[in-house]
Design a protein around this ligand. Structure first.
Ligand code: SF4
Length: 324
C-alpha cells in the first residue's frame, strides 16, 4: 500500500496505510494524507485577547478561541495536555463548520478568531478555511503556536493570519529535545519568517525552573531576539505552573521573571512583559521614549489605555502594534 509523507512540520512523518502522524490528527487513508479533525473542535471559548497573550493587538477585545485534539510537540509541562496529547476520537468534539465558527465570533462580539490551546499547525486545513470565512466578515485571525512548522506551509499561513504568538520555549537545543521532543532550528526559522512577512508577532517564553531559567539562558534568549527580530517585538516571560509530567517542580519564582525582564530591558528590548502574575507592573506597556504608562493591565483587563492612533498620548511616540 502507498506510503505518504506529511510536509506540514519538521517531524516529517512517513505514514503507511491507516497509520497516524505523531500529532495524532492526520492519517494515511487510502494512500492520501487526511486530517481527522476538520470541523471538530474539542475546546471553544470566548477569551480576552490578553489571555493569549497579545498585548499589542486590539487590546481589550474578545477572541473566539478554539482548538482540536492533537499536537506535533510533546512538552512535558503542557498546560493543555488532556487535549494536545489525545487522539481526536478520545476528546469530546463539536461539529462546527468554518462558517459556524465565524458566526460564533460575530454573535459573541469577537474581533478575532484564535486557533489556540493545542496547536493550530495540526489542524491547518480547518484553520485556513476559518480564516478565509472570517476575513469575508471583517473578523481577524490569530494563531497561538509553538512555531514547529515547515517554511512552505508557514508562508501560506502568513497569507491568511493577522497576528501570531509564538511560544519560543527556550534557547538551547537541549531544552527542545528533552522537554518538548522537538528541535530549536525550525522554530527559529519560523519566527524569522513571520517577522519578515510582516504578520504581527509576539513571543512568549514560559520560564521553567531548573530547565530554562539561568541568567545565561535569559541573556542568550534576548540576544537572539534583538539580533534577529529587533528590540520592538513584545516578549512575555511567563510563570510556569507544575503540570502534566513536571509536577515535581515549583511554580516559577517571581524573582526569575523579574531577572529575565531586567536582562531583556538592559539589552534594549522595549516591550518586555511578565506573564501569569496579574498585578505586577510588568503587565503594563510603558512608552520607551517618555517612560509614561501607555497601557495598564490588571490580569487580562485593560484598565488604562493612553495610546491614541497608535501613538503615546504624552509624547507622540509610535508604539508598534494594532491598537484599534
Ligand atoms: S503535522 Fe503531524 S502528521 Fe504532519 S509531519 Fe507533523 S506530526 Fe507528522
Amino acid at each position: 500500500m502507498k506510503k505518504v509523507r506529511c510536509l506540514l512540520c519538521p517531524v516529517s512523518c512517513e505514514l503507511k496505510e491507516r497509520e497516524r502522524g505523531k500529532c495524532r490528527a492526520r492519517m494515511n487513508i487510502d494512500g492520501k494524507l487526511q486530517t481527522l479533525v476538520y470541523g471538530k473542535p474539542c475546546s471553544v471559548h470566548v477569551d480576552p485577547i490578553e489571555k493569549k497573550p497579545f498585548y499589542h493587538f486590539l487590546p481589550g477585545s474578545l477572541s473566539f478561541s478554539l482548538a482540536t485534539a492533537g499536537c506535533n510537540l510533546h512538552c512535558l509541562y503542557c498546560q493543555n495536555w488532556e487535549i494536545s496529547q489525545s487522539n481526536p476520537e478520545d476528546t469530546v468534539n463539536m461539529d462546527m463548520s468554518p462558517e459556524q465558527v465565524v458566526q460564533g465570533a460575530i454573535d459573541n462580539k469577537c474581533r478575532t478568531i484564535a486557533c489556540t490551546y493545542s496547536e493550530p499547525i495540526i489542524f491547518f486545513e480547518y484553520a485556513a478555511d476559518i480564516a478565509s470565512a472570517a476575513h469575508k466578515n471583517n473578523v481577524l485571525n490569530i494563531w497561538v503556536t509553538a512555531g514547529y512548522i515547515n517554511q512552505k506551509p508557514l508562508e501560506e499561513a502568513c497569507g491568511f493570519l493577522d497576528a501570531i504568538k509564538v511560544d519560543f520555549k527556550g534557547i538551547t537545543e537541549d531544552f527542545y529535545e528533552n522537554i518538548t521532543r522537538g528541535h530549536i532550528g525550525p522554530v527559529m526559522s519560523a519566527i524569522k519568517l513571520i517577522k519578515e512577512k510582516g504578520v504581527w508577532l509576539e513571543i512568549v517564553n514560559l520560564v521553567v525552573p531548573t530547565h530554562n531559567d539561568t541568567k545565561e539562558d535569559f541573556s542568550r534568549y534576548c540576544d537572539w531576539i534583538v539580533e534577529n527580530l529587533g528590540p520592538d517585538v513584545p516578549v512575555h516571560f511567563s510563570r510556569f505552573w507544575p503540570m502534566y509530567q513536571l509536577k515535581n517542580l515549583p511554580p516559577t519564582p517571581e524573582e526569575s521573571l523579574i531577572l529575565a525582564r531586567n536582562i531583556a530591558m538592559s539589552k534594549g528590548m522595549n516591550y518586555v512583559y511578565i506573564g501569569n502574575i496579574p498585578e505586577h507592573e510588568g503587565n503594563n506597556t510603558y512608552c520607551p521614549a517618555c517612560k509614561n504608562l501607555a497601557v495598564q493591565r490588571i490580569g487580562y483587563t485593560v484598565t488604562q489605555n493612553n495610546i491614541i492612533s497608535g501613538k503615546c498620548q504624552y509624547c507622540g511616540n509610535k508604539i508598534p502594534g494594532r491598537w484599534e
